[in-house]
Ligand binder design. Structure first.
Ligand SMILES: C[S@@+](CC[C@H](N)C(=O)[O-])C[C@H]1O[C@@H](n2cnc3c(N)ncnc32)[C@H](O)[C@@H]1O
Length: 417
């Protein structure tokens, strides 16, 4: 046994994501806070594994993250933790801490939900654990002269319980969810193809590739329902994932005085984006999703384009016809090709497709390609040496983010990594 620390009040702002997402999430937060109306210095976070960042809590920083952060899965405020892995000691630890926690409402009724995740090593089932944490809140709120009214969804206090820490210091952590549940549920996707990608992963892909929307176009040649193109455009404009009004936790006194609106951070950016797919049916899905995300306004009419096209026949000339006003001499391909697991077609066809795609994209001098793929054979068949390889997971499969410099001449656009 190592140094087991007893039950304690916690206070970190917690930003969590998928395997290996720490670095991207950290740099996104830094960029957002810099662009926000607040003068806050973002400290170096403490990393918890490869998928969670912990910052000293600052209300303005938490507000920015809850409204705008696109690459994370959850934004939370840690309230309390306990080494207890059994129900009774856990409740005994939580009640007194929550009862004196002045971040929580006092003297009134409050609605709460409790969700548990990643609690396999807790010595009771998830339903029992959820019930116990609900009871702890009910009792604590009674002690605070009020009442906790438990709901199944949508409440003022949305509580998430997880097990965290190393093998010799496992803890049960109680988190107040500030960002309204899983962040990939953006609420804007109206149509999806047979193999849609999580929005949070799409955001990670674009951020990982260090796309510069002012200086280079972005092309998704296997766009399906357009998730990557939509996320790229929303990132380029700095559009909020959630409005403060939709985030009940932001009504807590600690957030008083923070803005009631979350306007775009880069409202004047007009990115050049092409989303294309061989399947004509995808066009309607892409347009539907772009429209639902507010990306079909007049000012973006010629800036975000959807086309039906075979990616293996794509050429720089064709690109120049479609987006004649695109900036720069290079550009970024960002895509997730068919993996073979969920798509139709024999494995042989897939390898041929990867090879033909590599051959087509190599025609684009000075461009880069950022790919997320869950098929080990992709790298070999695409036949370009990756400049960056990063493990992740997609659709429950082991996957990789890959970034390639294309076109032989490693033009000045290749990013410093
Ligand atoms: C994994 S899905 C992409 C999903 C997409 N990122 C989304 O979120 O909806 C791969 C896509 O590649 C498309 N595709 C397959 N062969 C293609 C080709 N030769 N040219 C262009 N697109 C192709 C498929 O139609 C499919 O929509």
């Amino acid at each position: 046994m190592g140094n087991r620390i007893g039950a304690q009040a916690e206070s970190a702002l917690r930003i969590s994501g998928t395997v290996g997402s720490n670095k991207v999430m950290e740099s996104e937060l830094l960029r957002l806070v810099k662009r926000s109306p607040f003068h806050v210095r973002v400290p170096k976070p403490v990393r918890q594994g490869s998928m969670a960042l912990r910052y000293p809590f600052d209300p303005a920083m938490a507000w920015v993250a809850a409204c705008y952060h696109r690459s994370s899965s959850r934004i939370g405020w840690e309230l309390a933790s306990s080494p207890a892995a059994r129900l009774e000691p856990l409740v005994a630890d939580l009640v007194p801490m929550l009862a004196v926690d002045d971040r929580l409402p006092r003297g009134r009724s409050v609605t709460i939900t409790v969700e548990v995740k990643g609690v396999e090593d807790f010595e009771a089932g998830p339903l029992q654990l959820r019930g116990a944490v609900k009871s702890a809140f009910e009792e604590a709120m009674r002690k605070r002269g009020g009442q906790a009214v438990v709901r199944d969804k949508a409440a003022e206090l949305e509580i998430l319980v997880r097990r965290v820490g190393t093998a010799d210091n496992r803890r049960t952590l109680v988190i107040l969810d500030l960002g309204r549940g899983p962040r990939h549920l953006r609420g804007q996707r109206v149509a999806q193809g047979p193999a849609p990608m999580r929005e949070t992963l799409a955001a990670q892909l674009v951020l990982l590739a260090k796309w510069m929307p002012h200086a280079e176009p972005l092309v998704d040649p296997t766009a399906g329902s357009g998730t990557i193109a939509v996320e790229a455009a929303l990132l380029a404009r700095g559009i909020a994932v959630r409005k403060p009004d939709d985030l009940p936790a932001l009504r807590l006194p600690v957030f008083e005085g923070l803005p009631p609106q979350s306007p775009p951070l880069y409202p004047d950016t007009r990115p050049s984006i092409l989303a294309s797919d061989i399947n004509e049916e995808c066009i309607a899905w892409m347009i539907g999703n772009l429209r639902a995300s507010g990306l079909t306004g007049k000012d973006l009419q010629h800036s975000i384009v959807a086309r039906s096209m075979d990616a293996t026949e794509f050429t720089p000339e064709r690109f120049a016809e479609i987006l004649p006003d695109a900036p720069g001499e290079g550009g970024l391909f960002a895509f997730n090709p068919p993996y073979g697991h969920r798509m139709q077609g024999a494995e042989g066809d897939l390898l041929e497709f990867y090879r033909d795609l590599g051959r087509a994209l190599k025609r684009f001098e000075g461009w880069r390609a950022a790919v997320i793929v869950a098929n080990e054979a992709f790298k070999g068949a695409f036949n370009v040496r990756p400049a960056l390889v990063k493990p992740t997971s997609a659709a429950g499969l082991r996957a990789e983010f890959l970034v390639f410099d294309l076109g032989g001449r490693q033009a000045g656009r290749a990013r410093k990594r």
